[in-house]
Design a protein around this ligand. Structure first.
Ligand SMILES: [Zn+2]
Length: 302
């Protein structure tokens, strides 16, 4: 582990709504946001050792190329690291948003000290990252860990189409945890605006919303059992806005399913815990990752 593990301090911030009209507009907004923030903090590009930029995946953190993103319009085979670096004037490291969050929770958050842990975020979408034996699992082309798209359901009746009953996912597949338990998909299926509206309607007894909530819980339960049986983590850190606001519908069903249905030995070894770092987890992870990779130390963990 690195010596100075502390939660990074944030000296300036800027938040903007993600443009919905393609990759160029998004990259322009990222660069403008970074430059404005640097100006406010009175920093020149030469003062900055390295920057980091998180993105939904799948992406390659080594080349900085984003392959595709189900939830961002027009993001396909984009050289994100190079283009942001050109615009900002510093070295930029790109990684999946959930990998950066996992790095922060692993170094200074809820999974601190754990060598085998899974980070899960249940938010607008559903994602995560897997650390095994002290290393982030990256896979053959650096896209591993997309647990939001690890199918947990299928249409049992072969005469029916998948979307007759189980929802199609934004990734083009079906039966994904994100399709059931991602906030945007839940809201769409319940015919309301946000995930909070779904839970509020379910609370009021709305049958359609209740159905959506129950399916989300079951998808999360299956995901949790799969993670425990397959990966044998010592900690599963569960973050994201939906998880934070609805622990009874996220953490609790996941915990219950592991206790009831996972293998006893890995079930006894795992703790399911809420994320510790809140909404800024991605920024903390970005700083920590940029620091490690700029120093040439990325390989030990990232
Ligand atoms: Zn999917």
């Amino acid at each position: 582990m690195v010596a100075d593990d502390a939660i990074p301090s944030i000296v300036a911030r800027d938040e903007r709504t993600t443009p919905r009209d393609g990759a160029d507009a998004i990259i322009t907004a990222i660069i403008a946001s970074a430059r404005d923030t640097m100006a406010r903090a009175k920093l020149e590009p030469r003062d900055i050792v390295a920057g980091a930029c998180s993105s939904p995946g799948p992406l390659d953190h080594v080349t900085g190329v984003v392959y595709e993103t189900p939830n961002l319009v027009g993001f396909r085979d984009i050289r994100l690291a190079d283009r942001v670096a050109e615009g900002v004037g510093t070295k930029i490291f790109v990684d999946r948003d959930t990998c950066m969050a996992a790095i922060a929770e692993g170094l200074v958050g809820a999974a601190r000290g754990a060598k085998d842990f899974v980070y899960v975020t249940v938010s607008t979408g559903l994602g995560g990252a897997i650390v095994s034996g002290g290393r982030m699992i990256r896979g053959a082309t650096n896209t591993a860990g997309e647990i939001g798209h690890w199918p947990v359901a299928f249409q049992p009746d072969p005469t029916r189409e998948a979307d007759d009953d189980i929802p199609l996912c934004g990734c083009g597949s079906f039966g994904c945890p994100e399709a059931f338990a991602g906030g945007a998909n839940m809201a769409h299926q319940a015919g309301v605006k946000t995930a909070s509206d779904v839970y509020a309607a379910a609370e009021r007894g709305d049958a359609r919303a209740k159905g959506v909530v129950i399916r989300a819980e079951r998808a999360l339960a299956n995901l949790a059992v799969g993670l425990v049986n397959v990966l044998n983590p010592s900690v599963i850190v569960i973050g994201g806005s939906v998880a934070e606001h609805q622990p009874a519908h996220v953490l609790v069903p996941m915990h219950r399913a592991v206790a009831e249905r996972a293998f006893k030995t890995p079930a006894a070894a795992v703790r399911l815990v809420p994320a510790a770092l809140g909404a800024d987890v991605g920024m903390y992870g970005a700083v920590l990752e940029a620091r490690e990779r700029a120093a040439g130390r990325g390989d030990w963990f990232l």
